[in-house]
Design a protein around this ligand. Structure first.
Ligand SMILES: Cc1cc2nc3c(=O)[nH]c(=O)nc-3n(C[C@H](O)[C@H](O)[C@H](O)COP(=O)(O)OP(=O)(O)OC[C@H]3O[C@@H](n4cnc5c(N)ncnc54)[C@H](O)[C@@H]3O)c2cc1C
Length: 287
């Protein structure tokens, strides 16, 4: 199928783009990389009268790395992250996860902002935004508001962004060089959406005690999430394979998993356990 007819506009400033959204509320859709939106239009799941393209607004493609953290503009593409050497040092866990996103052609166009706004719980970027305690910058007619990633995602393909707002950037806290981290996911073919993925990070004291444990889950539930029950049990502990396995098993056991045509409930739970174990093993052995 092909999309219904639409008009197209490519503003060169953020102010102009917001004004257009405000004037055409309900009839307009933002397009960034188009990798999720174009299939939606072609299947006629949405029929906007106007598309507002963000690609001619230069400020949205900016990457900033400062001593207080990293800011990625909404138009930063997967390939930009892949090729940015500074980002590999500043946000190694993010870069490792983004290496798994999609195929070459899609990586060349798909963007950070598009993925966050689309809010697919199986996508890497929303999961990492929650795991890394990212803060999203939303710009609208009333100015800029900052929303924690955990509050931004409301459910599957649903966020707290207003119709006349644009997601302009995501801010990630400073990442110390000695922080431990791991990322593992499983998909049937390289570049497909993951059936399950786990992002892990924590700090270790000289005595080997873990603090700040973060465990982000991808591909489970309605929205990206952290397994906070496991984090609480692992904080303040000397992490061993057995402890991690026991805690994870107990906490995943208390969670509901949904089976679908891709994987049964039992398989998804077992897969998530495996992804978490592997991510912790990476983090502990500094792979
Ligand atoms: C075959 C295939 C495989 C894929 N595999 C993966 C994968 O493994 N992992 C993964 O994470 N993704 C995957 N994707 C999705 C891909 O990464 C998309 O790029 C991403 O989901 C959307 O980004 P986009 O820039 O293309 O956004 P678009 O498609 O342009 O927009 C998506 C939605 O976000 C809205 N939007 C876009 N930008 C903004 C903004 N700045 N502010 C407010 N709203 C905005 C749009 O209106 C639209 O509703 C895959 C896609 C395809 C087609």
């Amino acid at each position: 199928m092909k999309s219904t007819d639409f008009n197209y506009i490519s503003p060169t400033t953020l102010e102009e783009a917001i004004q257009i959204l405000d004037q055409h509320e309900g009839e307009v859709k933002i397009i960034s990389g188009g990798q999720s939106l174009m299939p939606i239009l072609n299947y006629r799941l949405a029929s906007p009268q106007l598309l507002v393209d963000l690609q001619a607004i230069p400020s949205l493609s900016h990457v900033s790395i400062t001593p207080s953290g990293t800011t990625l503009g909404a138009r930063v593409r997967w390939v930009d992250i892949e090729l940015h050497q500074g980002l590999r040092d500043a946000q190694p866990l993010l870069c490792a996860a983004i290496d798994h996103v999609a195929h070459y052609q899609i990586r060349n166009r798909g963007t950070v902002g598009g993925s966050l706004a689309h809010a697919d719980p199986a996508a890497e970027m929303p999961g990492l935004a929650v795991a890394l305690e990212g803060v999203l910058h939303l710009q609208g007619p009333q100015g800029l508001r900052r929303v924690k990633a955990v509050d931004f995602f409301l459910g599957q393909l649903s966020t707290s962004i207003a119709a006349n707002e644009i997601l302009v950037a995501i801010e990630l806290p400073f990442w110390p060089h000695d922080r431990r981290w791991g990322f593992t996911e499983f998909s049937r073919r390289k570049g497909d959406f993951a059936l399950a993925g786990a992002a892990v990070w924590f700090d270790l004291s000289a005595a080997g005690v873990a603090s700040n444990v973060h465990l982000g889950l991808i591909g489970t539930g309605e929205k990206p999430m952290r397994l906070v029950s496991a984090e609480a049990k692992l904080n303040g502990q000397i992490l061993s394979e057995t402890l991690i396995q026991d805690v994870t098993l107990e906490c995943l056991g208390a969670m509901s998993f949904q089976g679908d045509i891709h994987a049964s409930e039992k398989y998804r739970r077992a897969l998530m356990l495996e992804m978490i174990s592997k991510s912790f093993a990476q983090a502990l052995h500094h792979i």
